[in-house]
Ligand binder design. Sequence first.
Ligand SMILES: [Zn+2]
Length: 307
Amino acid sequence: MITFKKRKIENFEFLEHPRVLRSYFPFGLQNLLPRQLRIIIHKLIKSKNNKIFFNEAEATAIENKLTENNKDSNPNFSNLIFNTHDIDSIYGFTAIEDLLKLENDYNIKSIWFVNYAAVCNQKQSLKIIEKLLNAGAEIGLHDIIHDFKTPYLDEINIRKKLDSARSFCEKYKIIAYRSAGLFRTKKMFEILKDYFKIDSSIPAFLVSNRGACYRLNPFKISDILEIPVTAPMDSDLIFADLSEQEMLDCLKKYYILIDKFNGCITQVTYTEPHFFGNKKYFTIYKKVLELLLSHKKIRLFRELITN
Ligand SMILES: [Zn+2]
């Protein structure tokens, strides 16, 4: 029987709802925002100034935090690897079958977090979900509407939203959740435990500007198992305007750091066509998979839950 250390919810960084998302809204409505507009927005975000590497002084401070926060982590979880995908919108479904084929060639099974609005009532998308399940993959829920609002609603409305996906979650054996944009509140965690066994909405490092927990292993928070996102996401690498070699070097650097603290690697890539879902990134994605496989076997979240 695996036991996980329980952490106090107060010890975690929660995020304010950014004003731009609260007031203007259109950014999060991935399914309604024309793809071209999203690409323009992403081009504006892309910059060499987006911080993904850290300098020597920062590295020391980060290692100190990692030492402090990981000293009592369960050694059984060192070197676990989780390969996860986020499917934010209907556009994210176009690349899935090719990605699945590619992963099958490596005998890798991944966890696919799907946004409910992008899949419900979409016959073709539901067929793809079934194909993933039949291939032995795991499906997770990536929020209800990708509008970055769920954690900030009142309890009744959070529950209403989650209830709307309940039968979908039951049908596809979903036990894990990831919030849109990794936004999270204390209230969200207290409610999530009634719906899911696992959450993966907390980054370990500050790269995505979404707060950081500096914990590299799964831990319990509010009766839910938290699996932190420990590696930079494909979007982080793309927004930092890195070349393929720089992307690989960056990931290697993080993987070495995670290994040093016996942490587990949780990799996130998007299936959207402007991220790793685009065939132009498949060569680099294969190299990322090879890098992961050179560590250890890639696991599924559900393997951590014994009952
Ligand atoms: Zn997302």
